[in-house]
Write a protein that binds this ligand. Sequence first.
Ligand code: ADP
Ligand code: ZN
Ligand code: ZN
Length: 749
Amino acid sequence: MNAHADAGDAEAAPADLRFARVAIDVPAAQLGASLFDYAVAGHGGDGPLAVRVGDWVVVPWGRTRRVGLVIALCDRPEVDPARVRAIECVLDDAPPLPPAWLDLVAFAARYYHRGVGEVALPAIPKLLRAAPSAARRAGGATRGVRSSAERASGAPRARVSAPRARVSAFTRARARWEAQAAPGASSPEAVRGAPPLTPAQRSVLAGWSAAAGHAVHLLHGITGSGKTEVYLHWFAGVLEADPDAQVLLLVPEIALTPQLHAQLAARFPHERVALLHSEMADGERAAHWLAAVEGRARVVLGTRLAVLAPLPALAAIVVDEEHDASYKQQDGVRYSARDLAIAAAAQRGIPIVLGSATPSLESWFAARRGRYRVHALHERIGGAALPVVECVDPRGEKLRHSLAPRVVEAIDATISRGEQALVFVNRRGYAPVLACSACGWLSRCANCSAYRVLHRIDRFVRPGEATPPRSARGPARYRLVCHHCAAEQPVPRTCPDCGNVDLEALGRGTQRLEEALAELFPGRRIARLDRDVARRRGAAQQVLDAAHAGEVDLLVGTQMLAKGHDFRRLTLVVALDVDAGLYAADFRAPERLFATLMQVAGRAGRSGRASRMLVQTRFPGHPLFAFLARHDYAGFADRLLAERRETGLPPYRHQAMLRAEAPQLADAVGFLETARTLAAELDAAGYGVRVFDVVPMSMSRLQGRERAQLLVEADRRAPLHRFLSTWIDALRVRTPRPAWQLDIDPLEI
Ligand code: ADP
Ligand code: ZN
Ligand code: ZN
């Protein structure tokens, strides 16, 4: 991107660069264009605007106006100059976009076969990418917006009778950040300061600090080995070495941010930490984003979307829990934040650390090939042992609420000692399906190929008090909810098909488990954490705080409990209903299950007390459990890699998935069949690309639309991408065309 340098010195665009190439958020693959040319000169021959690469501009788009980003300047438009419209104005108080970020966005657009605008603009907070109203601009009193007309010498400004100096979204965002608490709050941790690193931690840190310039470091550290502490020390060094430098910490879950935010704020009392995630209120998000983008915040913490923040002085990146599937965006541009973070680090020539107790196979493979440098932490801080893992086979046992006697006894013994137990089941709600035992009716969703899940409607109970048994809580009310389209309905009193009054809840989710535990362990304090609980503002934090404070005997929950938390008194973990993950159709299911179980196991025994993990499974002989019992991630990963090589799966092959959806399955399938024929005509095989059969998606119906997919794969990435470009160009001109999109490196097959 040296156009910036070329144009940077001149106030106005040189006379021969009269056109700007502007990125706008429109579906590029469908339109066939991703950048749009606008004239730099204003309407009616006004003087030229000073437009530079990286500027934010307002441009006319159809009958509307949009904010776009200037990606390049040129002397000739790609379309008929007579049809080129003019830039309306430049947003003067928007921050300039750093060339390194424009490079990243260009890379992402190429790699994911999307438009630059589709990548760049959604990455900007809504408030800042809304076009300021035309009326306001015409007022001329708005600071920070200059139009071509105004710039023409002495353009009359008094056309609007009462110009009101309205404040721009940028000014507001800046003021908001400044108004928030200044740094320097002295929390207990700030006073305590950083603990000295252990020798193992120190040698990891030395490895990162020694490498100058770009390097990808994979930190394989078991749970509780003090990975976070090494990140913090590393950041401290980077921030100290350069007064402008910025650091970025990516985490997979919003739920993990409050704890880390507090930790970062305490550790860097002179810095203000910018937080970036999708559940922040618009104004808050704009304030934090702008502070980061203008370098006023040097420490940036966020979820996947933070990878696309245009940080001007980014010097170090950490992707924590790098294996987590949440780093992949599942709609719009389906980017992997981990992969983009690596690309950003490479482009900027800076180091990046990927941390995990269970790295993704992609990263493990890269490390085995020597592309990433591996650093390991094999011991827990304080020498605490990992839990002893045992499988409990429920077959032939007298179960209580579907729990094996050994599980019940272990929980009882743990909480009787005053320690905590965690029961993990990766399914929220009361029961996954409601069934009629007389005729076989099931609570299918009318819009999706999925079952509506039975949910108990309950009021949030503040954690910390003894949980009353179900029988003492009065009659429960339930609803059926689809987890895919969110459709809800009351529970039918009788079977809709046969009128039978005995409808039966099959299986269990967190709510039912919580209820069962309250019956089994009367008088105990039970707290549940899942996405339903977390929906209530502050509730997740209340549960976690209560757990940390020792006000909870039994924790029940999903993955949300598995990640990151440092529960000091927890000595027993029970994992239930894991068998589906052993034999699922998705080839990534065992990798995910193993990672999840390692993570949950990692919550136990962190303070040094002896701890256990019980896995209730009907397949105790499955090899996955043997690796789990040895806490042998490397052994398991190497075995999976060997399998993937034999079967020709990622990371040995590269995949892309073309998906289509339409009201009728035949239309989606028909389009993909056309695409398949087209691929053959374009000689996919000549590129080394294998094209599979068109199949309905495993969940073929979603929100009333039928979905199908077509997988293509190749041994090498470059020819695959060359083929994809050609293919998409050819697909665009086909009609009829249902909604379609391309997913590069799909995680769900
Ligand atoms: P991980 O992220 O690897 O699971 P954490 O970073 O959460 O591990 O560390 C586990 C616990 O050990 C935390 O309570 C942390 O404060 C503590 N800890 C980490 N490093 C040190 C150290 N060098 N000295 C003392 N305590 C440490
Ligand atoms: Zn029935
Ligand atoms: Zn549905």
